[in-house]
Design a protein. Structure first.
Length: 262
């Protein structure tokens, strides 16, 4: 089999495992986000480096909730000095500072923490600080992978041990899928696709729960809809006569002073 097809089938096998094993926790996590939305709160998400990209992917984009914010700590984005991040994400004091700085309101907000290993000190410390503040917590991580690791944080806890609800991405050990003939190590990273799937799944499930309770979720249109002709939009009933630019600008105006990075 060609390697790219092997990767496709490998990813799909794990996605099916997630669907089979994460039903209960997905609903629990979606209920947390739905409660935040119904209370008029903000859904925050944070992770280090590649995990931060998962949060950023959902922030201020097409089909994403307007009351969501990715916490992007510049020293941990991976934009520059990549080989230094492995040290920075294991420094004490950063995770606690991040949670305190953003003034996350435990009465109406919630926090999603993302880490494939669930073992980085910054992420675990952020979870512990949020727990102290009674902020509702969701963790996206690989529980099996975490169980293979020596714990880094002095509390002897990993992310999965702290959060209220764990969404297990079922990532294989080593975060690689394909074993190619002649190559001693596996290749084809898995965690990015798996965690993006979980994040998008979480939000659409949250939106369904809100609708069932009579609350209309606020979601961005794709920015390019405004450039479509009226004739083209009429072919797609959900876009017919939509003023996507005004819709999105109204949401920006609503959240501009609440979401600092909008």
């Amino acid at each position: 089999m060609e390697a790219w097809k092997d990767y496709y089938y490998g990813i799909n096998e794990i996605l099916l495992k997630i669907v089979d094993t994460q039903q209960e926790n997905m609903i629990k996590a979606a209920e947390i986000c739905a409660e935040t939305t119904k209370k008029g709160g903000i859904i925050y998400a944070f992770g280090c480096w590649h995990s931060m990209l998962i949060a950023q992917e959902q922030f201020y984009r097409a089909a994403s909730p307007a009351n969501f914010m990715a916490i992007c700590e510049p020293s941990l984005t991976g934009a520059t000095q990549l080989s230094a991040i492995g040290r920075i994400e294991n420094c004490y004091g950063i995770g606690e500072t991040i949670v305190d700085y953003w003034r996350i309101n435990p009465e109406k907000d919630c926090l999603i923490l993302i880490s494939n290993s669930g073992n980085n000190i910054v992420t675990v410390e952020a979870a512990l600080r949020a727990k102290e503040k009674k902020i509702p917590l969701i963790g996206i991580t690989s529980t099996e992978y975490a169980d293979t690791m020596i714990t880094r944080h002095k509390s002897a806890k990993k992310l999965k041990d702290v959060v209220d609800v764990v969404l297990d991405n079922c990532c294989p050990i080593g975060d690689a899928i394909c074993q190619l003939e002649g190559l001693p190590l596996k290749t084809g990273p898995a965690s990015g696709i798996l965690m993006n799937f979980l994040m998008s799944s979480l939000f659409v499930q949250m939106e369904q729960l809100c609708l069932q309770d009579g609350v209309m979720p606020e979601i961005y249109y794709n920015g390019h809809v405004k450039m479509m002709t009226e004739e083209a939009k009429a072919k797609y009933k959900w876009l017919d006569k939509v003023d996507a630019a005004k819709h999105n600008l109204d949401l920006i105006d609503k959240y501009y002073y609440r979401i600092k990075t909008l």
